[in-house]
Design a protein around this ligand. Structure first.
Ligand code: SF4
Ligand code: FE
Length: 480
C-alpha cells in the first residue's frame, strides 16, 4: 500500500490534460482550488496506515493473499460489505467532503460479477482480462475513477437515435489491436486525482446500440482524454490566501466533464464490447453498490454537520433550549436512519456466481432514495440552529483588520467563554457544508449522485414484488 505522500507524488507524475477557468493547469496537487480534493483522496491512504483503522481501511486480497487498501477490494462476504460502509462513514467524518475513491471500488465489484456472467453466456474472455487489471490495481494501490454518466442529450431518444451520436460514448473505429472511442462522461468525481478511469455504459441497451455497450479502462494520460473542471459555489475563496472563509480548508471534492476525443483502447483493457444484454446488469450493479456507498459517506459528513450545529448552539448559549435539543435529536435520527439502510443492504447481500458479494438491491435503492431527502432536512435544521450569521458574517480579512477586527470581535460574540474567531469558524463550516463547495457533495450529490431519485423508484418498483404482497392480502382476506 502507498502512503499518502507516495500517492500525491504518483498523481503529480501523471501528465493529465486538465482545464479550469479557460486555462490548462498542470496538476491538482499544485492548484489551490483542486488541492483540497486531492487531500480527501490522500486521506484514504493515510487512514489505511493507522493501526486503529486497519480493520476497516484494509482487507486481504482474494487474488494474492496480501494486505490491500479496502478501496481496491473485491468483496468476499457480507462482512466486507458492512465494513465498506463503516469505512466510508469514517472517511466522511475525517474529511467532511467527498473522498472520491468509492466510484472505482463500486465499478470493480460490478464489473467483476458482470464479466463473469457475460463470459458464461457469450463465451467471451472479459473476466480473465478484468482479473489481470484488478491485480494491477491492487499491486499499485491505484485510484480508479468509475465513469458511467453520459451527457445523454435528448432523454427521449436511445443512444443510437441521438442527433449527435457522441452524446453517448461509443466505439468509432475497430482495429485488430483494440478500439477507438468518442464521447464524454459528465460529473466525473475525483477524475483528476485518479490513476486510471474505468468507463461503463450508462443505461440498459437495445441490440441496435451495440457500439455503445462498451466498458474499458485507460490511464489518465491517454492521448485524446481531457477534463474540464466543474466550478463549485464559493470555489475562488480558496484563492484568497485566508483559511477561515473556506470553512473546510484542508479537504474538498471535485467533478469534471471528461472528454474522450478519439481515445484508443487496447484489447486487454476492454471488459465489454457489444454484449448489449449485459449493459443493464453492469449499470444496475454499479448503481446498487454506489447507492449503498451513500449510506456511509453521507452519514459521515452528516456527523460533522450535526456536530457543527451543536457547537453553534453551545457558542451562543442556546444549547439548553428544548427545541434545539429536539432538532439535534431529529438530525441524529435522520442520519442514523440513512446508516441503517447502508448496513441493512450490506447484511442482506448475497454471493454472485463469480464469487463476490452483491448488496441487496432493493434495500440499496431505498437507502439512496432516503438520501435524496434526509440530508436536505438535516441541512435545514443545521441552518435553523446556526442562525443568519452563517451567511452574513464579515470576511477573515475584515476580522484581521486593525480597526474592524476588534469591532467584529465585540459584536459577534456569543457566550463570553468562546472566542468570536472560533464561533465564526463554525459558521463558515456550516456554510461550507450547506451552501459552499462541500454542498456539491452533501446536497446536490445526495439528490443526483448514484442516480437521480426516479432511477431508484424504477428499481424499487422492479424489486418491490407487489404481486407477492397482493397474495398475502388475499390470503388474510380469504380471497381465492
Ligand atoms: Fe464516495 Fe460518497 Fe464521494 Fe461517492 S459521493 S465517491 S460514495 S464519498
Ligand atoms: Fe458520488
Amino acid at each position: 500500500m502507498m502512503t499518502g505522500e507516495q500517492y500525491v507524488d504518483s498523481i503529480k507524475k501523471i501528465n493529465m490534460e486538465i482545464y479550469m477557468f479557460g486555462e490548462k493547469i498542470p496538476s491538482s496537487a499544485d492548484n489551490p482550488i483542486l488541492r483540497p480534493s486531492l487531500n480527501s483522496v490522500k486521506a484514504t491512504y493515510d487512514l489505511a496506515q493507522q493501526p486503529e483503522y486497519e480493520d476497516l481501511m484494509t482487507a486481504t486480497s482474494h487474488l494474492t493473499g496480501k494486505k490491500i487498501n479496502r478501496f481496491c477490494h473485491i468483496h468476499q462476504s457480507t462482512d466486507d460489505l458492512i465494513k465498506k460502509v463503516k469505512m466510508q462513514r469514517l472517511c466522511g467524518q475525517k474529511t467532511a467532503s467527498c473522498f472520491q475513491r468509492c466510484v472505482g471500488m463500486d465499478a470493480f465489484n460490478a464489473i467483476w460479477s458482470t464479466t463473469f456472467e457475460c463470459d458464461q453466456k457469450h463465451g467471451t474472455k472479459y473476466h480473465e482480462r478484468f482479473k489481470d487489471f484488478m491485480l494491477k490495481v491492487q499491486e499499485n494501490d491505484w485510484v480508479v475513477d468509475g465513469a458511467m454518466t453520459d451527457p445523454k442529450g435528448d432523454r427521449g431518444l436511445s443512444p443510437s437515435q441521438q442527433a449527435d451520436p457522441d452524446l453517448y460514448l461509443h466505439v468509432v473505429e475497430r482495429r485488430p489491436d483494440g478500439v477507438v472511442v468518442r464521447g464524454a462522461k459528465a460529473h466525473q468525481t475525483g477524475i483528476v486525482n485518479s490513476h486510471e478511469v474505468i468507463v461503463m455504459p450508462t443505461i440498459a441497451m437495445k441490440p441496435e446500440d451495440k457500439d455503445y455497450a462498451i466498458a474499458f479502462s485507460v490511464p489518465l494520460d491517454t492521448p485524446g482524454l481531457f477534463m474540464i473542471i466543474g466550478r463549485q459555489s464559493c470555489d475562488t475563496r480558496k484563492l484568497e490566501g485566508t483559511t477561515m472563509d473556506v470553512g473546510n480548508c484542508e479537504f474538498g471534492g471535485m467533478e469534471a466533464l471528461t472528454v474522450f476525443d478519439n481515445v484508443f483502447v487496447p484489447n486487454d483493457r476492454i471488459f465489454l464490447d457489444g454484449e448489449t444484454d449485459y449493459s443493464g446488469m453492469m449499470v444496475e450493479r454499479f448503481a446498487g453498490y454506489h447507492r449503498q456507498s451513500y449510506g456511509g459517506c453521507k452519514v459521515g459528513v452528516g456527523d460533522v454537520l450535526i456536530g457543527a450545529a451543536a457547537l453553534a448552539a453551545d457558542m451562543n448559549g442556546a444549547q439548553k433550549a428544548s427545541h434545539v435539543k429536539d432538532k439535534l435529536i431529529e438530525m441524529t435520527h435522520l442520519n442514523e436512519t440513512l446508516y441503517s439502510c447502508g448496513i441493512a443492504c450490506s447484511c442482506e447481500g448475497a454471493k454472485t456466481t463469480s464469487g463476490n458479494y452483491l448488496i441487496n438491491l432493493l434495500l440499496a435503492n431505498v437507502c439512496k432514495q432516503n438520501i435524496t431527502r434526509f440530508p436536505y432536512e438535516i441541512t435545514r435544521l443545521a441552518e435553523d440552529i446556526a442562525g443568519g450569521l452563517m451567511v452574513t458574517a464579515p470576511s477573515e480579512k475584515d476580522f484581521r483588520h486593525p480597526k474592524l477586527g476588534p469591532v467584529i470581535e465585540k459584536y459577534l460574540k456569543g457566550v463570553a467563554s468562546v472566542s468570536t474567531e472560533d464561533r465564526l469558524k463554525i459558521m463558515r463550516l456550516i456554510e461550507n457544508l450547506t451552501l459552499g463547495t462541500a454542498a456539491v457533495g452533501y446536497r446536490t450529490e445526495s439528490m443526483h449522485g448514484a442516480g437521480s431519485p426516479q432511477a431508484q423508484r424504477i428499481m424499487i418498483a422492479r424489486q418491490g414484488n407487489i404481486e407477492a404482497k397482493k397474495a398475502l392480502a388475499k390470503n388474510i382476506a380469504k380471497i381465492k
